[in-house]
Design a protein around this ligand. Structure first.
Ligand SMILES: [Zn+2]
Length: 141
């Protein structure tokens, strides 16, 4: 029998894109809403920002990247207004994951990034009955 794993402050969470599909919501719209004014002027709708070419500065290799993730991680998330003391906790968690390119983070790591509440408090929110913005425990497959 495999032991039941209880989530703790080291349990990893990520944004589950399938949650958005199942709930009739659009992850790209939520991402677009998190853009700063400058990036939103660049990409007025979520569909404007689908894929862009990124040229590697050293190898000149071209990769196709999703502009919304790029903007959020490389630009908007570095601005002080991305997460402020007034940002609701659930929004701050969602934005921290966006800024991380949706690489899973634990409550402990989230706390270091958003500097709100405390790791146990963040975990309680993450495990709450109401799933906010598709943030779910990350299961390695
Ligand atoms: Zn930006």
């Amino acid at each position: 029998m495999s032991p039941v794993i209880r989530p703790d402050i080291k349990t990893l969470f990520h944004i589950d894109p399938t949650w958005f599909e199942k709930n009739g919501r659009d992850l790209r719209e939520e991402m677009h809403a998190a853009l700063c004014d400058e990036c939103r002027a660049l990409y007025p709708t979520p569909d404007d920002a689908r894929v862009v070419d990124r040229v590697h500065p050293l190898t000149a290799q071209v990769t196709r990247v999703d502009a919304l993730w790029e903007c959020l991680a490389d630009h908007c998330a570095r601005r002080p207004e991305f997460i402020t003391p007034a940002t609701p906790l659930t929004t701050a968690i969602f934005r921290a994951l966006l800024a991380n390119g949706n690489t899973p983070l634990s409550s402990e790591q989230l706390h270091k990034r958003i500097r709100k509440s405390n790791p146990a408090g963040i975990l309680r929110v993450l495990l709450g009955t109401e799933i906010e913005n598709g943030v779910m425990p990350f299961e390695e497959s």
